[in-house]
Design a protein. Structure first.
Length: 585
């Protein structure tokens, strides 16, 4: 009897623990439930058995085991996919580092050769007597000219596509020598370490004409998509005012030549803005890479002349561009080179660091482009999740409009409707008015708001230079000490003003708008007659800051807080000093 009970118990244990083979219909029913609820409760599993007759021969415990196994398989699948993605990134980054190592080895070889040549020249010079006769100097100069002849560009017909193609091919060769060769002495920026999650390898030029920056990185987008994003320069280059493609010419090799006119903003009120007249060449290389190179068209390069504009200083874009190579398993490896000559000698000496720093160029253009592409790639792949209903594309558009409005007012272009009301000189507060607000405000606001405020925008702007003051310190100071230089009632009026104003900002909460600009909503209103927004924008150069004060009002304003802000900053910041273009009254 005991033996029989033991056999029955053993058979029951085997029945409950044996492997259950599910039919396709049963698996389909379980998968439907799993898609709705990956971890059903005991009551939900019992309800499932009652609702699905095809599962009636399966015990609840077995269904629980099936869901456990299904969750485990899903977790393993996601982990395997993540590891494959990381492995692809590491493989591509390893390839990138190997190429960078080869380039550095070539650069070292060149330096060793140059060092040996210089030693030989010094030894030969020390063992010979210097001949200062006129004949020897003339002969040596002639020999040097014969050995190093000045390159002469062939005459190119401005209306001949073949001539433009020759310029484009020459620019392409120079760009590739900078992107993957040793044409420029690159120095890697501190803190830019390569890795699967890093932005890439960033380097700046040393001892070359103009300023240059170079970056290479990996993104999970196809080359054609990357090229489309990079060509849309105003979407990621905050200093770009406009970019017009005046002509597009297809080439015989499947490429495209475009004649481009680009205007950029000036970072300060004390210097003129820059514009570029360029040729852009898009082509595919033999290895499947996509290349976009640009260079300015000048009298030395040949080609058609660009449109003149007296409000801008013509800058030169030396051979630059983007090399986009496809990766195995998807994605692209991007090489970016920016090389410009901003004519720094035409600006005041105190501002030249803004125009002569390769690091500033790297931050404004090179790294900005790479970060923009990486952000779009992460949003497309779902790596970044935004909560609170925030849409990244909308946030980017809003940020671009803020930056554009700020830069428009700083530069005060006449074709935007700005006209000068008064100024005590180049180093004083400048008063400008804009009577055509539809240029930079939405049409939904132009009628309702400006009928109330008197039909115009009044702007007071000034530039100030602070040395040895980090941007974060200045921004924190302005936020924490504003009650000491602003009106005491500014906080009380702020909320009511923003609610009543058509400029009320949705999602205005901490962390809602990440970016390099800090927006302090200092609003002051007296019976809705005056609304003030204060924008603080710091340049990428750590010790130079520029302030812009836009006033939207229908009456003249009091500039007391402008005069109080400058000495207060100098007093509180202590370590910083103001000089040069310190233009507060």
């Amino acid at each position: 009897m005991a033996l029989s009970m033991h056999k029955d118990s053993a058979n029951k244990h085997m029945d409950t623990s044996k492997y259950v083979r599910y039919t396709p219909e049963q698996v389909e029913a379980l998968e439907r439930v799993y898609s709705e609820c990956p971890k059903p409760s005991s009551l939900r599993r019992q309800q499932l058995i009652r609702e699905c007759p095809i599962l009636s021969n399966i015990e609840p415990k077995q269904i629980k085991v099936w869901f456990q196994n299904r969750r485990c398989r899903e977790k393993q699948r996601k982990e395997a996919s993540r590891l494959q993605t990381v492995n692809r990134k590491l493989t591509a980054m390893n390839k990138l580092l190997m190429e960078e190592n080869d380039r550095l080895q070539k650069q070292v070889s060149h330096l060793v050769y140059d060092n040996g040549y210089m030693r030989q020249q010094l030894q030969s010079a020390s063992g010979t007597t210097t001949d200062n006769s006129c004949e020897s100097v003339v002969m040596s100069g002639q020999q040097q000219q014969q050995q190093n002849p000045t390159p002469q560009h062939p005459q190119r017909d401005a209306n001949n596509p073949a001539g433009l193609l020759a310029i484009a091919e020459e620019a392409l060769a120079e760009f590739l020598s900078k992107a993957t060769g040793t044409a420029v002495d690159w120095v890697q920026m501190i803190g830019m370490k390569p890795g699967p999650d890093s932005i890439g390898i960033v380097a700046v030029s040393r001892n070359c004409s103009g300023v240059a920056a170079r970056a290479c990185g990996l993104v999970s987008l196809e080359p054609t998509k990357v090229a489309e994003i990079l060509k849309d320069c105003p979407s990621w280059f905050r200093d770009c005012r406009c970019l017009d493609v005046l002509s597009a010419i297809p080439t015989g090799n499947g490429g495209t030549i475009e004649l481009i006119y680009m205007q950029t903003y000036a970072p300060t009120t004390l210097a003129a803005a820059r514009d570029f007249w360029m040729l852009r060449y898009t082509a595919s290389l033999d290895d499947g890479s996509l290349v976009i190179c640009v260079r300015s068209l000048t009298s030395s390069t040949g080609g058609p002349s660009g449109p003149p504009n007296t409000s801008f200083v013509r800058a030169e874009m030396l051979p630059s561009g983007y090399l986009i190579r496809p990766c195995e398993g998807g994605g692209s490896i991007i090489h970016i080179v920016d090389h410009v000559d901003l004519d720094a000698w035409s600006v005041p000496e105190v501002l030249r660091p803004l125009y002569e720093s390769s690091k500033i160029l790297a931050q404004k253009m090179t790294i900005a482009a790479l970060r923009h592409i990486r952000q779009i790639a992460q949003e497309t792949s779902g790596e970044i999740q935004y909560g609170g209903g925030r849409q990244p594309a909308v946030l980017r558009t809003f940020s671009q409009r803020l930056c554009r409005g700020f830069n428009d007012a700083v530069n005060g272009f006449a074709d935007d409707g700005w006209s000068l009301l008064g100024s005590d000189g180049v180093e004083d507060v400048t008063i400008m008015v804009n009577s055509s607000p539809s240029k930079f405000l939405g049409s939904q606001y132009s009628t309702s708001m400006f009928s109330t405020f008197g039909g115009g925008v009044l702007c007071a702007k000034a530039s100030m230079l602070l040395q040895n003051v980090p941007p974060a310190l200045l921004v924190r100071f302005l936020r924490e000490h504003r009650s000491e230089w602003a009106d005491y009632g500014v906080d009380a009026y702020s909320a009511a003003c923003l609610r009543a104003s058509p400029f009320a900002v949705p999602c205005a909460r901490p962390g809602g708008f990440p970016g390099s600009q800090v927006i302090l909503p200092l609003a002051h209103t007296v019976e809705h007659e005056e609304v003030t927004n204060f924008y603080v924008c710091s340049s990428y150069f750590p010790s130079v800051f520029f302030f812009f004060f836009p006033f939207h009002c229908s009456m003249w304003f009091n500039t007391n807080f402008l005069s109080e802000l400058s000495p207060f900053i100098n007093k509180v910041l202590g370590g910083g000093s103001a000089r040069g273009s310190c233009i507060f009254p």
